[in-house]
Design a protein around this ligand. Structure first.
Ligand code: PEP
Ligand code: MN
Length: 338
């Protein structure tokens, strides 16, 4: 349920109403906008008399919220969420602030990631990505450098100042992620609800990928799991879904998910055209299309030697190719007034 309060209501009266609602076992999310305060009520709202609520002098309107996602719903948080990094001193994402996240699929060596990080930073990337724990379809493929890979990522962060985005696959490794700036939940773990609940107990931003066969609602419900446990710093990521097409693209990138999500939720939306297409030659056009459709960020896999990459080489750009697409992404944003 969404309760919009009249403007200029005294804080004391708002607190009084919140306490009363909490006594009814409801979770109350208070959103203080520029002009008005909105209260989002989560839980068994049947326990309160809606007409009585409407009749209160501090209440302007009351509306039911039918969507099953509540904390993520734009109705209770009309303004965009802005996710910050590095204690507020790093790049932010959402509310007009754009994240260009780039780096290899996997961390392979110090020399590799340092070279890629220097290249993508020079091209305008403001986040560095790289997988240390890799969810590979085959158990015989390279599984990532694990803890050593994370240590190398932190070296890159120190050397370049770029915040790090990397995937956590197993909650048992959580202590290793203390200095990671954005924790990625991969497509294969999007509906691992126990994992999401644990990540909800942290404060770190979570980049939540859409599941391989996940609907938009399922993605939002996964975000809800993280938020319901207390972590509001969720970034959604469209990375393509399984369709009947398999000959020419690895996944089908659902660009319509961008405006749909921007309408339904206040959370930032990032697009990953690398996994979304599986083809380096398709990445630039899909990245530009994502920027034009209003994505809050774009994540691109970049490798200094894609032909020898230990994972996802065919969809990886070289630093020079990334430089070119980054320049055009910024131009598209400027052209459409973002
Ligand atoms: C990745 O980002 O390298 C990755 C494994 O992504 P996804 O979970 O989307 O497949
Ligand atoms: Mn990858």
């Amino acid at each position: 349920m969404v309760v919009v309060l009249r403007s200029d209501v005294a804080q004391e009266k708002i607190q009084h109403l919140i306490s009363w609602l909490e006594e009814k076992q409801l979770i109350v999310r208070e959103f203080q906008g520029q002009e008005q305060c909105v209260l989002g009520l989560i839980g068994n709202t049947a326990a309160i008399d809606i007409d009585m609520l409407r009749g209160l002098d501090i209440v302007e309107s009351v509306a039911e919220m039918r969507d099953p996602f509540k904390a993520a719903n734009r109705a209770i948080h009309p303004e965009d969420t802005v996710v910050t990094t590095l204690g507020g001193k790093g790049p932010a994402i959402g509310g007009g602030q754009f994240a260009l996240i780039a780096g290899p699929c996997s961390v392979e060596s110090r020399a590799q990631i340092l070279a890629v990080a220097e290249g993508v930073k020079a091209a305008g990337a403001n986040f560095f990505r790289g997988g240390a724990f890799k969810p590979r379809t085959s158990p015989y493929d390279f599984q990532g450098l694990g803890a050593d890979g994370l240590a190398l990522l932190l070296e890159v962060k120190k050397a370049t100042g770029l915040p790090i985005v990397t995937e956590l696959m197993d909650i048992r490794t959580i202590e290793l992620f203390e200095d990671v700036d954005v924790i990625q939940v991969g497509a294969r773990n999007t509906q691992n609800y126990d994992l999401l609940r644990e990540l909800g107990k942290l404060n770190q931003p979570i980049l939540l990928k859409r599941g391989l066969a996940g609907t938009i609602k399922e993605l939002l419900m996964s975000a809800e799991y993280i938020m319901a446990s207390g972590n509001e710093n969720v970034i959604l990521c469209e990375r393509g879904i399984r369709t009947y097409e398999s000959a020419y693209t690895r996944n089908t990138l659902d660009l319509s998910a961008i405006p749909v999500l921007k309408d339904l939720t206040h959370l930032p939306v990032v697009v990953d055209p690398s996994h979304g297409t599986g083809r380096a030659d398709l990445v630039p056009s899909m990245a530009l299309a994502a920027a034009a459709a209003g994505a809050d960020g774009i994540m691109i896999e970049v490798h200094n030697d894609p032909a020898r990459a230990l994972s996802d080489g065919p969809q990886s750009l070289t630093p020079a190719e990334f430089h070119d697409v980054a320049r055009r992404i910024f131009k598209v944003r400027e052209a459409i007034g973002l």
